[in-house]
Design a protein around this ligand. Sequence first.
Ligand code: DLL
Length: 431
Amino acid sequence: MIWDKKYECMPRGETRRLQLERLKASVALSYERVPFYRAKMEAAGVKPSDIQTLKDVTRLPFTVKSDMRDNYPYGLFAVPMKDVVRIHSSSGTTGKPTVVGYTRKDLDTWAEICARFITAGGVTSDDIAQVAFGYGLFTGGFGLHYGLEKVGASVIPAAAGNTARHLMLMQDLGSTTLICTPSYALHLGEAVRDAGILDKIKLKFGLFGGEAWSDEMRPQIEQSLGISATDNYGLSEIIGPGVAGECEYKNGQHISEDHFLVEVIDPETLEPLDYGETGELVITALTKEAVPVMRYRTRDISRLIPEPCACGRTNMRMQKVTGRTDDMIIIRGVNIFPSQVEAALMDIDGTEPHYMLVLYKDGAMDALEVWVEVSEKMFSDQMSKLHTLEETVKNKLKSVLGVSVKLKLVEPRTIARSEGKANRIIDNRNK
Ligand code: DLL
């Protein structure tokens, strides 16, 4: 099913025309109402009237996370507080968070675009949806909640954490849809297996987002919970979840292009890249009222897929985000992303999909040790099998990463499970 045929299946030319019209309006709004944007545009020698084609977006200055922090809390707001009806903030781990606000219209837009990917993931008003995202400053809980209500699903706002209660609710209330991060879905899958209740739950769909997960992880989660799992993407600086989401073909996430103009740039040269080329996503919000955002550098790595999708939606897709430029690890000159390690580990028999990347110093050089959990069965087998497993994992990592890394096989259930966004890197380089 398609939630909003008018905007999701619009002829490309019309989408582009609508984007240009909205881009002009949004740039003018930022220039008039937000002194920070006006100053940045003046410094770059560009005026709102210079935006005559969609390509002209590249004349605009970038916005980065520190701009948001420097203008903490309300410096980038374009409306008076009486028009702001909700405030959220990003899940920043260092320094002040970034604060974002929403007008009533922004909230309507947000629920609409969430309804799109929720529908694309198979969920309808017949479904009972258990939300296991945090409800609070994080945009996950509220974003999905209102989108699900819009679709007409019966929403259970169970919130993050308390796995035993999630299992109980799932069984007793007959939840058909699970909403959380992919790493928590993995954990719930394990908990369902431990409790032996796969035949007692009625889950059909999983809508997962908020962090990167490899394509190789998908079947693991799907099988452990008996569901069809789709990926959805967003970030609080732009709106929250709803920027893009997968359809039933699970091959790229359809972008809500009537609300967002997405570019891909080379993160080093900052030059725009062509469709199909992999780089950093840069997003301009086209309709945001409370906090318009111009060319936000997301740090997320992906590429645009302009080819039409068999589902009938005409909105361009972006490839599953493989990681963030700031998560990149460089070992002896080779760039490594956690997602590559994840993909390499997924199909090896005898290991569990739980891993940790530990960075340390080897002399002056950065070095990496990968911890991988051994499955219970393998662990109880003879030592010789463990040695063979160790060799298999080491060779696989070397062939996928292009560099040898240290490996430590660890006992079952020793790597911390996540209830929200997983942290899979331990940085011991300064120890
Ligand atoms: O994580 C918004 C969200 C909530 C999206 C729930 C989807 C579902 P932030 O806390 O601001 O917002 O974090 C945004 O999370 O820049 C990405 O690095 C990462 N991220 C979000 N969704 C995905 C995804 C929410 N599907 C940051 N795949 C983004 C990969 C994702 N990374």
